[in-house]
Ligand binder design. Structure first.
Ligand code: HEM
Length: 165
């Protein structure tokens, strides 16, 4: 993907108005300012993704404030855009987001690859750490052992002590 500018998340977050609106979809940055009025889904959905503050009601504001980071990947996919829509995107592409290859940017600002092969290897790499965490070991091993020990103690007490009384 040579020739494309790399932007940081904070760069993208500076472009959230109707005249200047950038979005991140699958780790790529799109300047959709000129497309807002022509977007069949309306300009508000694009603006809301870029900057969710504008038309939010006060109770939603806190939630939306934390959710808004300009990453429209999930919303874009949820709509199920046609292949025609996907090919239109090239016309608005201006760059990539720092640190991503062709990946979505998560709420935590981390890259998560959307290429199935990259995603698979990332998942495989992640597996050992998730299965060997201390809390998992506690639940899997210690908890059954403790339950067994308590059951044995109760049986022992009832059989040998309670019987004497
Ligand atoms: C550069 C990015 C985008 C392009 C080029 C684009 C293009 C299109 C096109 C061509 C359609 C007509 C239906 C179709 O062909 O699929 C459409 C519909 C729609 N889009 Fe987008 N879109 C973009 C981003 C987004 C994003 C980020 C959202 C959500 C936040 C969104 C929400 C919608 C909705 C709600 C519809 C209407 C669907 C319907 O009425 O069935 N779009 N878009």
């Amino acid at each position: 993907m040579g020739g494309l500018t790399n932007y940081s998340l904070s760069d993208v977050s500076l472009h959230t108005s109707k005249n200047d609106c950038w979005l991140i979809i699958h780790g790529k940055v799109y300047d959709v300012s000129a497309f807002l009025d022509d977007h069949p889904g309306g300009d508000h959905v694009l603006l809301r993704t870029a900057d969710l503050v504008a038309e939010a009601c006060p109770p939603c504001l806190i939630f939306l404030f934390f959710k808004a980071n300009g990453d429209a990947t999930q919303s874009f996919e949820d709509v199920g855009h046609s292949s025609a829509a996907t090919s239109m995107m090239a016309g608005y592409l201006i760059g990539t987001v720092d640190g991503t290859v062709d990946g979505a940017v998560t709420a935590a600002g981390e890259a998560s690859p959307t290429d199935p092969l990259l995603a698979k290897s990332a998942k495989e790499k992640a597996l050992p750490t998730t299965t060997t965490t201390p809390s998992k070991n506690f639940v899997d091993v210690l908890l059954p052992l403790l339950t067994l020990a308590s059951a044995f103690a109760a049986w022992y007490y009832l059989t040998f002590h309670a019987a004497k009384a």
